[in-house]
Design a protein around this ligand. Structure first.
Ligand SMILES: Cc1ncc(COP(=O)(O)O)c(C=O)c1O
Length: 387
């Protein structure tokens, strides 16, 4: 390439899955039947009424133009009703919600809105890679906070306090419970502690909440339900996993008006809203019944048992109490390297699983398996591994 890229492009690595899934596609193109239990891409359908709403809206002549930067009022009202019903949280649909093109872009917009070069950002030492990657792109100072493995992967608050004390201008903490990749559940005590910490240290708590409805054992919680959260916290959420709509790219940011307004200032300069039929269908999806969610979880529960059998075949250890769309498992000592194991399984057994190190160095001795393939395929993967 004759034209040099900017430093940020030079220093950023392509997303692991972007590279690895190209390898999976090459194997598929060569006729290999790859079982992909690496990625969290729901294979189940959105509700029928969601699809009907999409098609009906797409037939309207008025549906094809630019839409409001803050999404349709109908979508925002549906998100507000969903928050009330699901988490008991009251949100003002006009001022406290901002629809997003998936919650992933919200990570970038929040970072662009609040981080100056050199500002500190606390990210979990194991977590969704985008928190770290975007912070690096903006020249922020990434501080990895420890998770206490033997205490349910909860943040180590005293280590976090030390990090903040040692870093001038720490601005953001990324938090995500139910936690990806470890499956650690959210608890009210954890959220209360997080809000106290954000107040004490004057940092913006950015909670990422896409898994609260997947295999949750207790009623789902929003961080915004905690007293005092609105002054210091915002929450990202999404239809990708909870409504089987990952490819639709529908998410949102919830929080107090000043935070929403600040993010909109940035976002409105980046994109021009979403396709109205997607928003109309998302409006419909947000009204999916509690039974619809229960049925989805019943399918995942069946797959979970199959994943446990697969992990037993690999000699892994894992917590049976995980929530969300993945199972996090520790490799046996006999396995020298997770990367070698992943490549061996991919190229010899045509089974793709995710190595734990892509979520942070602490994940080196772990793998992550997704529940996004039918139970029979997980069982087939187990048979291939055992063969
Ligand atoms: C923890 C976490 N946050 C955010 C996202 C992004 O989700 P979305 O599809 O809403 O952009 C994912 C996707 O896998 C995730 O695991």
């Amino acid at each position: 390439m004759i034209i040099p890229v900017a430093h940020r492009a030079d220093q950023t690595q392509e997303y692991y899955f972007s590279v690895k899934l190209a390898e999976v596609r090459t194997l598929l193109a060569a006729g290999h039947d790859v079982i992909n239990i690496g990625i969290g891409n729901p294979d189940l359908m959105p509700s029928d009424s969601t699809i009907d709403a999409l098609m009906a809206s797409a037939r309207q002549p008025s549906a094809h133009g630019y839409q409001p930067y803050k999404g349709t009022p109908g979508l925002r009202q549906a998100i507000a009703r969903f928050y009330q019903h699901t988490y008991g949280v009251t949100l003002n649909a006009d001022t406290e919600l901002l629809p997003l093109i998936g919650s992933k872009e919200g990570i970038t917009h929040l970072s662009l809105t609040f981080l100056n070069e050199g500002d500190g950002v606390l990210v979990p030492e194991l977590g969704y890679p985008a928190y770290r990657a975007v912070s690096h792109m903006l020249g922020a100072n990434v501080l990895e906070y420890p998770l206490r493995e033997y205490h349910g992967w909860q943040p180590d608050w005293s280590a976090m306090a030390d990090l903040v004390a040692a870093t001038p201008h720490t601005k953001i903490i990324w938090l995500n419970y139910p936690h990806m990749p470890t499956g650690a559940p959210a608890t009210r005590e954890l959220f209360e502690q997080a809000v106290r910490f954000a107040h004490d240290h004057r940092v913006l708590l950015c909670h990422d909440n896409p898994y609260s409805l997947i295999l949750n054992k207790k009623p789902p919680i929003s961080l915004l339900s905690v007293d005092g959260a609105r002054e210091v916290a915002v929450e990202l959420n999404s239809l990708s996993k909870s409504h089987n709509m990952a490819g639709w790219r529908i998410g949102w940011l919830a929080g107090a008006k000043p935070y929403i307004d600040a993010v909109l200032t940035i976002k409105s300069n980046v994109d021009s809203g979403q396709f109205k039929p997607l928003m109309d269908a998302a409006t419909e999806a947000l009204g999916n019944s509690d039974d619809w969610h229960r049925e989805r979880n019943a399918v995942y529960q069946g797959r979970l048992d199959a994943v446990h059998a697969l992990l037993d075949a690999l000699g892994c250890t894992y917590s049976p109490d995980q929530e969300g769309l993945f199972i996090w498992a520790r490799l046996p000592d006999s396995v020298a390297s997770a990367e070698d194991l992943v490549n061996e399984l991919l190229y010899q057994k045509h089974v793709f699983i995710a190595p734990g190190f892509i979520f942070g160095p602490k994940g080196e001795r772990y793998i992550r398996i997704s529940l996004c393939v039918p139970k029979e395929r997980i069982q087939e993967a187990t048979q291939r591994i055992q063969a």
